[in-house]
Design a protein around this ligand. Structure first.
Ligand code: IDP
Ligand code: MG
Length: 172
């Protein structure tokens, strides 16, 4: 199966209409897409995702950025790709973390920017190693949202409150 990697198109990527371009480039890697969804990012999810950066001076701005607080699109596109060398391939396509240092033809080099506040708006996230990928994929996706089993699962009786479609006919 090869590597698994969590890929996020961040709010700036969505605002700048880069989704199609990025999906095309990802599909040209011949990696297989295993899951995709649009997510409204809660503060809880953002903080958990970036918890290893919680001591950094830019942390609060980073949380606001990934939640879409700086953009008119408060959402991200979350995806899982799998295949030989998936992490390396996607990280190469993404380019360096700092968009000013990123290869000019990488996604971050082409479309990223550093805001006047110092936030690296770098369009795309990609897990950087297999352990990080596993942690992040399990954070963003439930097993049934991924088309094939990429990590072991178990079946348990779980009782939880869940929002469901209302039986009242919707007025639109
Ligand atoms: P990565 O996204 O290339 O893996 P990380 O070090 O994991 O880089 O940082 C996560 C995100 O935090 C980056 O993508 C970027 O948006 C932001 N970030 C990282 N370092 C800085 C910094 O020095 N200033 C501002 N933002 C940063
Ligand atoms: Mg990282």
């Amino acid at each position: 199966m090869g590597d698994k990697v969590l890929v996020l198109i961040k709010p700036d990527g969505l605002v700048k209409s880069l989704t199609g371009n990025i999906l095309t480039r990802l599909s040209e890697t011949k990696l297989e897409i295993a899951a995709a969804k649009i997510v409204r990012v809660s503060r809880e999810l953002a903080v958990e995702h970036y918890k290893f950066l919680s001591g950094k001076p830019f942390f609060e701005d980073l949380i606001k950025y990934i939640q879409g607080e700086y953009h008119s699109r408060k959402k991200v596109l979350a995806m899982v790709y799998v295949g030989e060398g998936a992490i390396k391939k996607v990280r190469e396509l993404a380019g360096a973390t700092n968009p000013e240092e990123a290869d000019t033809v990488s996604i971050r080099g082409q479309y990223g920017r550093i805001t006047t506040k110092g936030v690296y708006e770098n369009v795309i996230h990609a897990s950087s190693n297999p352990e990080e990928a596993e942690r992040e994929i399990k954070l963003w996706f439930q097993p049934d949202e991924i088309v094939f089993d990429i990590y072991p699962t178990e079946v348990r009786d779980v009782t939880e409150k869940k929002r469901i479609w209302s039986s009242a006919t919707g007025k639109s």
